[in-house]
Design a protein around this ligand. Sequence first.
Ligand code: WTA
Length: 653
Amino acid sequence: MQTPDIESLLTEKRTFKPDPAFVKQANWNRRKAAELRKLGEKHPKRFWAKMAREHVTWFSPWKKVLDWKPPFAKWFVGAKTNVSYNCLDRHLDGPRRNKAAIIWEGEPGDIRTLTFAQLHREVCKFANVLKGQGVKKGDRVALYMPMIPELAIAMLACTRIGAPHSIVFGGFSAEALRDRIEDAGAVAVVTADAGWRRGKPLPLKEAVDNAIENVASVKSVVVVKRCGPEVPMRAGRDHWWHELMADASAKCPPAKLDAEHPLFILYTSGTTGKPKGILHTTGGYLTHVTTTAKAIFDLKDEDVYWCTADIGWITGHSYVVYGILANGTTSLMYEGAPTTPGPDRFWDIIERHGVSIFYTAPTAIRTFIRLGDEHPKSHDLSSLRLLGSVGEPINPEAWMWYHRIIGGKRCPIVDTWWQTETGGIMITPLPGAVDTKPGSGTLTFPGVKAEILSEAGDTVKPPDGGFLAIQQPWPGMLRGIWGDPKRYRETYWSKWKDQKDTYFPGDGAHRDKQGYFWIMGRVDDVMNVSGHRIGTMEVESALVSHANVAEAAVVGRPDEITGTAIVAFVTPTGGTEAGDALNGELRKHVTKEIGALARPADIRFTDALPKTRSGKIMRRLLRDIASGKETVGDTSTLEDYSVLAKLREADEG
Ligand code: WTA
């Protein structure tokens, strides 16, 4: 028998059937799900067209559902719509008008609620502010903000006038922000003086000032006053949000945008040092996120839905803002850290706001397991009716804890697999229709076709592992990498040369006998740290940009809480002393270059890195050393055996 490319060791036998009471009220019950799954299999375009008609309001219809010239797709060709119209205006004529669209809680405990009518008004005003700043349809606007309502307002205002936004997570450094602003050619930046994080103001305006020094494209900076520290304001360029809003008109009709009009760019890590600007467009993305949110989270008008992701990541784009508001659902937004002021902050929020749907990441779940059951147990979590997981593989034990302690054994868990590039959820249980198994994302969403392929492109038979492959286009798919069509084709559509319709997500996976998908993690040089993608190359280039570093190699090692921890092997330049001082300085340096999220957990100094004769760093060996594993496999191409021995000695010593 041929050895599988990736071996799967996990065998999980527990199965959970949807609760009959849940099934009875589910948006998609077994019968509906089965019908739609069949339609999606036989006629995927017909399926998505039906979803587009049912979940999105269009100003004018499409002429063609899909125009597919691999790897370039156009969905709902010729149709016109507007995302902010779908999230706001269409809810204003009925009982949702005065219902909460956003319930927001700041870290210090301040609370704001915006109804759909109020949010609509703010969005129209800010859209006029953007126009007043010279922002035109097609111009890019960078948003570097804390988790405050103004972030959602700014996003929706951009979509209202057809100015694609590029949101940069507030944890990224000024340097990382500059790269992203430059790459997107943003004309305006919206930010805040600072945002609250663990009781301290995290400065943002200061980082913007550093980032845009000498960046010619940026003409205007709008600053929300959130925390109150003094920040320098440059006359002519910088403006206070509240001052501009005071004079703005609340009338702004939504632009009638082509279904393929760019909606946003979101940067994500890849296998080279340069992040990729993932481009999403209007109609297909909106169809995908609205449909999946309604079906998978079983959204109802009475729900209070809370996704804990920061809007700076794709999860926040699709399932804090767009997919949720487009369904007229109340979205709860929380500004701060999960354990501030105490370890029960999340459970306290759920109890006080009566959260009914809760969507979070395995890292958070594992952190809470460690903090102790007494914290969730001291709160009434009976308002919850559905739980979700996203961002990384969830280990079965964490799944079981989530099920028992948070879900009180009554809530279905939807473990949703997807990516920045896919725009919306791709593999997931349907909570009223699909039996779940702890650790499995179960099946594809109807209309999505996935398989496990070998390196050669053959279908891998269960239970062997291989590469996850998506075998046909879907409406929320990325339309490209900003400014780099070649990299788009090479990264995602070239793994299997004779399968031009097949997208390669970069994950390893296997299927069990029932056809369920089990995601095993990244197979490329991208690490998933606390559910955030960080490229090993990005951290390496940050390290070698330090004057005392000659060479660096970065790998991930398994970590109980964060999934993966970053380990850096560093060769200092001649004469540099390798020790705690340099270690501390390098950690600071990476924080400055990328952000604290990329700071290595361990830095190990070495005279030389293990390399093949052709000069390639042997990452597999480094990964084994980093995780304390015995080195297995062929090392005959090692240029210098002693290097390996030395690294291991250092490890033992
Ligand atoms: C991983 C986040 C296992 C995967 C939405 C993917 C998951 C990467 C899951 C995308 C899941 C996401 N089970 N792994 N349910 N969800 N991943 O772009 O490796 O930040 O490729 O999008 O996270 O991360 P991204």
